[in-house]
Design a protein around this ligand. Structure first.
Ligand SMILES: Nc1nc2c(c(=O)[nH]1)N[C@H]1C(S)=C(S)[C@@H](COP(=O)(O)OP(=O)(O)OC[C@H]3O[C@@H](n4cnc5c(=O)[nH]c(N)nc54)[C@H](O)[C@@H]3O)O[C@H]1N2
Ligand SMILES: Nc1nc2c(c(=O)[nH]1)N[C@H]1C(S)=C(S)[C@@H](COP(=O)(O)OP(=O)(O)OC[C@H]3O[C@@H](n4cnc5c(=O)[nH]c(N)nc54)[C@H](O)[C@@H]3O)O[C@H]1N2
Ligand code: SF4
Ligand SMILES: [Mo]
Length: 729
């Protein structure tokens, strides 16, 4: 057995010594380091979605027993969705993992570290550093992400690591980088309240971001709301204009709108001339997107196109564009996101109150993962390929530059293809459940079966992915640890520890510390003693970047200011506003400080409906009470009552009639990959020729077709061909 070095550094809630590792029952005992407010509550940021609501945690005998929305937090202003109210419940679930497991058998941490290091080192020795990869998440703290990425890549010597943010935000990242020169969502939530027109494209905030939607409802300017979504979603029902386009025809639609704006001279020519590049080429390209062509390809009438263009044209004071997964998850996602950015640039709707080309993030710390996970970006929004960036980060981390790889990681789908070809032999999965959530699930699970070594680190050993692990590491959850999240409007918030983790479960940060010591990297991480200590390292890594946060002194400053949006440099920190948007000076992060018009010819989706599989399957969020693969939300009886008991497939009345299906009937849905049974919900909320399934049921991704956008490599979850029939049994 591997001997753990003596761990003498003081941990943030007690000394971590080898002795403790051998007596794991002592973990979780003792007083919590509670930081209480004058009213006796602790403050935290919700650990579900990217809205980043502030919660008040009410304590009894030193531990939280209840959560309520924080009336003073500038994000949610005293409101929360059902998941926020139920935030503590998943921590008490009977299936919480309490010990490490090796092939399903409980072991202690010392033995777990032995297995982890021995197997990983064996695989690396036999097949090289490229044979081991990690898959991280947008749901752990910034400090934990940074620790993982630094440990895996600069310590253990891995090259490849990606995150579930690839399933979610990769498109927005790529689009912003190419168009603005940095991954920089420009908005602040105040923009929901200050717009005259809000355009939601492929976004259903009523369900997925209900508290952002509350902010829209507070808008005093009587704004027009436009929704572009093939489905008549809850958000579409509340809109003034709903454009139920043919799925994946957004790019053509957006080019068609640009065509009309150019034709009608409805442009902000001063902004275009002073602050953008490549408009002329874009203008020439757009000539082909005539109303007649766009109408035919999108299914909208020419009158609808003109009405849309007239509502967003120059002259309308403030137009904001918002997009989410209906855009990001597509075979041509990046260019679609950029076509939205192009519209904002053309009409000068950027950098001013109530404007912007605004990508809404998904998970509580999707933004943190973009900046700090060290996966495709070098930590702090840097570039692995840039020698100056490598030198800067080496200095900030106090490590030799040679430890930083000069090439970015393979993307998630390429890591999986690497398993197929035998290039990748060991995988470490943290805080994500891809055996449920990855596209074309059966193929994914076959690939897991090919691995020599699979490590899964989760709160529950019962998830679809955890159950396949050779080695399982039990993690503390939100509320059982401390650290920062960054929400959709770039606001950094502190989440506090208010509960003890069960059994031997440890915070992800502590798990990385253990691994660092067991691997022999104790010295390298000597400074990484607590979440707040790591936060100070992160500050150094952002200096002089667009995401500079070196002006934040500590966690208390973040808490006292109601969260702090990046950037906040040292120079700016003496006086700053609670709500700040980017680009108010019209200067972007490209070399010439101009934003780019980026465009490309639209392509057809890779799997089109045909006579055998005549319907298009759309997928997405089902209810505001369900979170992704439901490892957490299913543990709450309250949330379960707010969601349907069975899997429902939405099908249009005309299609249902043709197939002899009535509301409530059992149906079989098949794609070329698999079949499943669901109950019919016959409803005109989907268009003819389309059906919708929520992603929360583990079987749904058995149907989906593995295709990715070529620029962002984000999966196209929302388009594949299926057939539906009445279930005879
Ligand atoms: N309750 C709840 N809230 C969540 C989550 C959750 O699981 N549950 N997850 C969080 C995460 S990680 C994310 S990423 C966000 C996702 O938030 P959203 O993106 O708002 O949610 P989705 O339902 O995935 O997709 C949005 C819409 O895209 C539409 N769509 C499908 N195809 C197309 C198309 O071709 N064009 C257009 N224009 N629209 C299309 C779908 O019909 C759907 O209504 O939600 C976050 N919030
Ligand atoms: N068909 C279809 N599929 C989709 C989508 C879609 O729209 N349609 N959307 C995609 C999108 S946008 C996303 S973001 C993904 C989400 O997909 P996943 O990331 O797979 O979903 P989650 O259920 O959020 O998984 C998070 C896991 O982390 C665990 N966990 C929670 N907190 C912690 C922690 O602090 N530490 C550790 N170690 N573990 C923790 C949870 O128990 C859970 O197992 O799904 C994607 N899949
Ligand atoms: S809207 Fe999002 S952040 Fe706010 S309470 Fe609900 S899940 Fe939590
Ligand atoms: Mo997501």
């Amino acid at each position: 057995m591997l001997t753990l070095p003596a761990l003498t550094l003081r941990e943030w809630n007690g000394p971590l010594t080898a002795d403790l590792v051998r007596e794991p029952s002592r973990f979780g005992l003792g007083q919590l380091p509670l930081r209480l407010q004058p009213d006796g509550t602790a403050r935290s940021i919700c650990g579900f979605c990217s809205t980043g609501c502030g919660l008040k945690l009410h304590l009894k005998e030193g531990e939280a027993i209840n959560a309520t929305p924080d009336p003073d937090y500038p994000v949610n202003l005293g409101t929360a969705c059902p998941k926020g109210w139920e935030a503590l419940t998943p921590l008490d679930a009977p299936d919480r993992a309490t010990t490490p497991l090796h092939h399903g058998q409980p072991i202690d941490w010392s033995a777990a570290m032995d297995v982890f290091c021995t197997r990983m080192k064996e695989v690396m020795a036999q097949h090289g550093p490229e044979s081991v990869a990690f898959i991280s998440t947008g749901q752990i703290m910034c400090e934990e992400m940074a620790f993982l990425g630094t440990l895996a890549k600069f310590g253990m010597g891995m090259i490849h690591g990606d995150g579930n943010t690839r399933q979610c935000m990769a498109t927005a990242v790529t689009a912003y980088k190419e168009s603005f020169g940095f991954d920089a969502p420009p908005f602040t939530y105040g923009d929901f309240e200050e717009s005259d027109v809000l355009v939601f494209i492929g976004a259903n905030p009523c369900i997925a971001h209900p508290i952002m939607w509350q902010r829209v409802l507070r808008n005093p300017r009587d704004p027009k709301i436009i929704v572009v979504d093939p489905r008549t979603t809850e958000t579409a029902m509340a809109a003034h204009q709903h454009y139920a386009i043919q799925p994946k025809s957004d790019l053509t639609l957006l080019y068609g709108l640009a065509h009309l704006l150019i034709r009608d001279n409805a442009l902000d020519t001063t902004f275009i001339e002073e602050h953008t590049a490549d408009f002329e080429a874009f203008s020439a390209f757009i000539q082909d997107y005539t109303p007649a062509r766009v109408s035919q390809e999108t299914g909208l009438s020419e009158e609808q196109l003109q009405c849309f263009a007239d509502t967003i044209r120059l002259g309308t004071p403030r137009v904001s564009f918002w997009w989410t997964m209906g855009v990001n998850q597509s075979h041509q996602a990046t260019r679609t996101a950029q076509a939205i950015i192009n519209l904002a640039l053309m009409t000068g709707n950027i950098g001013k109150p109530g404007t912007g080309a605004n990508s809404i993030t998904g998970q509580c710390n999707a933004m943190g993962s973009r900046l700090f996970s060290n996966t495709t970006n070098l930590i702090g929004g840097h570039d692995f390929k840039n020698p100056l960036h490598r030198a800067k980060i080496a200095q900030a981390l106090r490590i030799p530059e040679s430890q930083i790889p000069d090439q970015p990681s393979l993307a998630y789908d390429q890591i999986l293809e690497g398993i197929e070809t035998g290039k990748i032999r060991a995988l470490w999965i943290i805080a994500t459940n891809p055996s449920h959530s990855w596209i074309n699930q059966n193929r994914f699970n076959e690939l897991m079966g090919k691995l020599d070594f699979l490590v899964v680190q989760d709160m529950y050993a019962t998830t679809e992915t955890s159950r396949q692990a050779h080695l399982f590491l039990p993690a503390a959850g939100w509320g059982e640890k401390e650290g920062t999240f960054i929400n959709s409007e770039r606001r950094i918030g502190v989440s506090r520890q208010v509960r003890k983790a069960p059994g031997q479960a440890l915070s992800d940060l502590r798990i990385y510390r253990l691994i660092a010591h067991a691997w022999g990297l104790g010295d390298m991480f000597a400074e990484w003693t607590s979440p707040e200590a790591v936060f100070h390292i992160l500050k150094r890594c952002t200096e002089d970047q667009p995401c500079d946060i070196s002006g934040i002194t500590d966690y208390s400053m973040i808490e006292n200011r109601g969260g702090i949006q990046w950037p906040l440099s040292g120079a700016a920190s003496s006086s700053f506003e609670t709500e700040r948007r980017l680009f108010s000076d019209g200067l972007f992060y490209t070399a010439d400080q101009r934003a780019r018009f980026v465009f490309d010819v639209p392509q057809l989706p890779p799997e089109l409906p045909d006579s055998e599989f005549p319907l298009i399957l759309l997928t997405g969020r089902g209810t505001s009470a369900q979170w992704h693969t439901e490892t957490r939300t299913k543990k709450s009886e309250v949330l379960k009552k707010l969601a349907p008991e069975e899997l429902l497939i939405e099908i249009h009345p005309d299609d249902a009639l043709k197939l002899g299906i009535r509301d409530g009937d059992k149906t079989v849905i098949s794609s070329r990959r698999a079949s499943l049974i669901a109950k019919a919900r016959v409803s005109p909320t989907v268009s003819k020729g389309q059906v919708f399934l929520p992603m929360h049921d583990a079987r749904v991704n058995q149907l989906t077709y593995w295709a990715v956008d070529p620029h962002s490599r984000q999966p196209s979850y929302k388009h594949c061909a299926v057939k539906v029939s009445l279930c005879e049994v």
